[in-house]
Design a protein around this ligand. Structure first.
Ligand code: C2E
Ligand code: MG
Ligand code: MG
Length: 360
């Protein structure tokens, strides 16, 4: 009987929220694999066998997909195969539950887009000056077929690792723009509603990013300036030279560019001045941590550079008042609404129109 022992029950780097999906120990390898892996082990090992025998040409599309999974997990699979072949060597330590969990999630990610397991939720962005909803930020959720809702902090890094971020990112952008078009039709306003969409740093490296964004804007009939693309400050710092080029091309399309999580990435002021961006989003940690000096500095900086500024993660009336007193009038946070699905957002817009009562 194979005993699965956790090599390292809490490996460094494990996202805290990933613990929610921890796998229970299994007594034998076959039940573990068949229970936890959607792709049967035999199929993966079969692909490895084909790889060894050089019969790649004969592989179906599904086989090719399995093979790429197998290649990326070859070491672990070989150890699994060895374990099966040499049960006498057991009990032995094979995979930690976290390794298995990440391996499973990675596997499932390949099919999640086709299986329509992703959905978008929308968080209102409000102008406290005019008491109005000015737009929404689209946030992705993965409704895993049996694990339930998996947060972006877990699946976006996996999507980046596997390259799925490229089709996924474009799917997110398209869905968000389609939704925005419906809302703009349903709730016309002097200043049309906007949609903010997060871009992964890897998407900035995608050679056809700009043409894909242009195509989606055309297909969904969205005015480019209704779309706000959010890029984290740290992503811009890492790839500064490249980012300037891509952002300039996106800017030329007419879309608006926001620096997300501003204040956490240590951008130098001169670099910031050169970036063709429209707004800074004050990171939630400064708002929740009541770091008003830092918030004030960011607001002043934005004003000096002619940029808009929006505060994220506003949870209390006290935070709202403090930010308003500092001159920040655009906000987003649980005080106004948590991210909600499109039906709930529809209901919110239908009930209040675009006006928003802050009751302060
Ligand atoms: P972000 O773009 O900075 O999004 C804001 C995050 O803060 C969201 O978490 C939102 O639910 C949360 N939030 C908003 N208001 C409050 C508040 O008042 N209090 C607290 N405690 N939290 C608040 P979420 O949806 O889990 O997303 C986390 C991050 O994952 C996002 O940070 C973004 O970097 C990434 N992400 C989410 N959706 C996408 C996506 O479609 N594409 C990409 N590339 N990244 C995404
Ligand atoms: Mg964002
Ligand atoms: Mg943010």
């Amino acid at each position: 009987m194979i005993q699965f022992e956790s090599v390292n029950p809490e490996p460094a780097g494990l996202d805290h929220s990933a613990k929610a999906f921890a796998v229970q120990p299994f007594e034998d390898i076959t039940s573990l694999i068949s229970h936890e892996l959607r792709t049967p082990l035999t199929a993966i090992l079969g692909s490895l066998g084909l790889l060894k025998m050089g019969q790649l040409g004969a592989l179906s599309e599904e086989g090719q997909q399995l093979l790429s999974i197998a290649i990326s997990n070859a070491d672990r699979l070989t150890r699994l195969a060895d374990a099966i072949d040499h049960e006498s060597l057991l009990p032995m330590t094979i995979l930690s539950s976290t390794e298995i969990e990440h391996f499973q999630l990675e596997n499932d990610l390949y099919q999640a887009l086709d299986c329509q397991e992703f959905q978008l939720v929308y968080q209102p962005m409000v102008s406290v000056e005019s008491d109005r909803i000015i737009g929404f930020e689209a946030l992705a959720r993965w409704k895993h077929y049996y694990r339930g809702s998996i947060p972006p902090a877990v699946f976006i890094p996996l999507a980046e690792k596997t390259g799925i971020i490229h089709p996924l990112g474009m799917w997110i952008l398209e869905q968000a723009c389609q939704q925005l078009h419906r809302w703009q039709q349903q709730f016309p306003a002097h200043s049309p509603l906007t949609m903010s969409v997060n871009l992964s740093p890897l998407q900035l490296l995608q050679p056809d990013l700009v043409s894909q964004v242009r195509q989606i804007l055309q297909d969904t009939n969205i005015a480019p300036n209704s779309l706000k693309l959010e890029i984290t400050e740290s992503a811009l710092i890492q790839n500064y030279e490249m980012a300037i080029g891509v952002l300039s091309e996106l800017k030329a399309l007419g879309v608006r560019l926001y620096i997300d999580d501003f204040g956490t990435g240590y951008s130098s002021l001169s670099r910031l001045q050169d970036l063709p961006v429209d707004a800074l989003k004050i990171d939630r940690s400064f708002v929740n941590g009541q770091k008003w000096d830092i918030s004030k500095t960011i607001i002043l900086l934005a004003t000096k550079l002619g940029l808009e500024v929006i505060a994220e993660g506003v949870e209390t009336a006290q935070e709202l008042k403090a930010l308003k007193a500092l001159g920040c009038n655009q906000m987003q946070g649980y005080l106004f609404s948590k991210p909600i699905d499109s039906h709930a957002a529809n209901a919110m817009l239908s009930q209040s129109g675009l006006s928003y009562s802050f009751n302060l």
